[in-house]
Write a protein that binds this ligand. Sequence first.
Ligand SMILES: Cc1ncc(COP(=O)(O)O)c(C=O)c1O
Length: 492
Amino acid sequence: MPRKFRQAYWDEPLLKELGRPGRLGMLAPSDPKVLRRFNDPSSLVPASMRRTSLALPELSELQVLRHFNRLSQMNFSVELGMYPLGSCTMKYNPKVSEMIAGSDGMKHAHPLQPPETVQGLLSILYELERSLSEIAGMSRFSLSTAAGAQGEFAGVLMIRKYLGQHGGADRDEILVPDSAHGTNPASAAMAGFKVVKVPSDATGQVRASSVKELASEKTAGMMFTVPNTLGLFESEVVEVCDAVHRAGGLMYYDGANMNALLGKVRPGDMGFDIVHLNLHKTFATPHGGGGPGAGPVGVTRKLAKYLPVPVVSSKKGKYFLDYGLKDSIGPLKGFVGNSAILLRAYVYIRLLGSAGLSNVSSLAVLAANYLWKSLDPEAFPVSHAKDLRRKHEAVVSVSGDLPGGAMTVAKAILDYGMHAPTVYFPLIVSEALMIEPTESEPLEMLDEYAEAMNTIYASMKAGALGPVPKNTSVGKVDEVKASHPMTLRVHW
Ligand SMILES: Cc1ncc(COP(=O)(O)O)c(C=O)c1O
């Protein structure tokens, strides 16, 4: 196919060039008056409402179909190729959940409907809340928060309110490890706390001794991610929780990495007081383009009355959205949150059951270690704890001083029809690639991914890679311009 025509499917000016006056993408109506309007599509919008003429291309149905199909192929998803974006847990979202979430009952439910007309949905949300509490070892969850970050924010607000009522109003510090995700310090700061950085040791873990040194009468709590962002289980987690509790603070569990621990160990049993779970990571709900997600937040019994409202409650066998928590931090999101996402998580949990969920974590951990060990260790060394097994993900560096480093590897792998790992995170690893294959990938895909990574590195080292990516519909974007378009003005 000539390039001009291939490109035309996504290039608007060329698409217009392909148009021919009078060409139609539909059966023409026989009434000449109506036909005139179809021949001049811009006449469909009254002239008074138009600033410029519409100049729509006149194309056949097939041409339009090709255009939109082509556009859909310019996107990438786990349904097209491997997507090992570390920390994001881009696992396969089962189609049965989509079908149920798209059912008529769900589509037509309205949050202002009288509760007696949505008892089915409310009972599901109630059961989901019970399941999450069981999985995390918490007493109660609020489902409404829309992402992990919002769960964190709810968590630190609850810490502030609880301490305010228990003689700790002047505690204004939250401890956050240096390996933490950026949302942790951001949430703490947004809730008005000072962030105290806890250094990881040479193995990439937080030591209880460092926490003891930093914890004081100013400590309100600590936000802790287990396994941490290096994919390592924090071996002193119980002692760390103990140290913060002894200092009078509360422990917040960042559950973004819970995919490693389902059915193995529960945050509540490790000593945490508050937990968020990213349903879009662990419970196979769509991430969406920045949302809608769901990051329910759970707490132990003593904190239950502080949860964001509404929670789903049951009285005499009837379910309802309960806004009556005495000391709630208030609502953070409309109604019960993203109910269709919550429903998908419920389906996933019910589909797998407890044995299935535990198996998810076993397979996710096995896949991560297998992939990590299949990478050339000279090309992709690890900065921390070479001899320790990883949990759900592994973080490697790109060896040597090769131009482009981690970013070049990430762009080059796109040419293989596979997504890049997360780059440059966590910040404590230079030229970091954070790889999380999840339990969804078959063995052959893991082999293919490792082989591609090793081949890319060999080409980079030989100076033979050239500009990448070559085969994607959009080439390498200017990342600086993408987020900060520069508008220069001269002021005299
Ligand atoms: C460790 C960790 N904590 C928190 C978050 C924030 O979660 P969300 O993106 O759902 O707001 C992420 C997201 O990637 C994460 O990886």
